[in-house]
Design a protein around this ligand. Structure first.
Ligand SMILES: Nc1ncnc2c1ncn2[C@@H]1O[C@H](COP(=O)(O)OP(=O)(O)OP(=O)(O)O)[C@@H](O)[C@H]1O
Ligand SMILES: [Mg+2]
Length: 147
């Protein structure tokens, strides 16, 4: 069965690094890189058409942000997995401050995303959900507990 992964997490919470390490076989789809929602959608539909596994690597903070992906994958038979980066905002800001060039964004952008975060839920259509945390030994993936 093919798989679509939807990441959720603040800027500098480690999403792209996690994708590189744990989802290296997945086609990487990033709105930052593609620039427009239309190009993002075409990239997703092309993956589905070609039966490729793919990961959407955006902050995707709210259920409404994520809904478009469930719609795009509707009736595709794809399994839908979510990884939620369980992060501390101050640590994201501190990792962001260590970035250079365009990758470094204002603290206010991280604070603003933080206000929009809605925890993913199986009700949205996820087949599997996991927490991801940054630890001294790399990423720790744990099972989801719905409140
Ligand atoms: N497991 C880790 N341990 C220590 N540092 C990490 C880890 N993962 C990522 N980092 C560092 O944190 C910073 C942010 O990581 P990354 O770019 O993966 O975040 P992101 O969530 O993709 O951010 P954005 O939403 O802005 O794209 C990077 O400088 C990276 O080197
Ligand atoms: Mg990233």
């Amino acid at each position: 069965m093919n798989t679509m992964v939807i990441m959720t997490g603040l800027q500098a919470s480690g999403k792209s690094t996690f994708c590189k390490i744990h989802l290296s076989e997945f086609k990487h789809i990033s709105l930052d890189e593609l620039k427009t929602r239309n190009r993002e959608k075409l990239a997703i539909l092309s993956c589905i058409e070609n039966k490729e596994d793919f990961v959407i690597d955006n902050t995707n903070p709210s259920a409404a942000d994520r809904r478009r992906y469930f719609e795009a994958a509707e009736n595709s038979g794809y399994k839908i997995i979510g990884y939620y980066m369980r992060s501390v905002i101050a640590e994201c800001m501190s990792r962001n401050r260590q970035r250079t060039g365009k990758a470094k964004i204002p603290d206010t952008a991280i604070a603003s995303t933080s206000k929009k975060i809605e925890l993913p839920s199986c009700d949205e259509g996820f087949d599997e959900l996991y927490y991801v945390e940054i630890t001294e030994n790399g990423f720790k993936i744990s099972e989801w507990k719905e409140d």
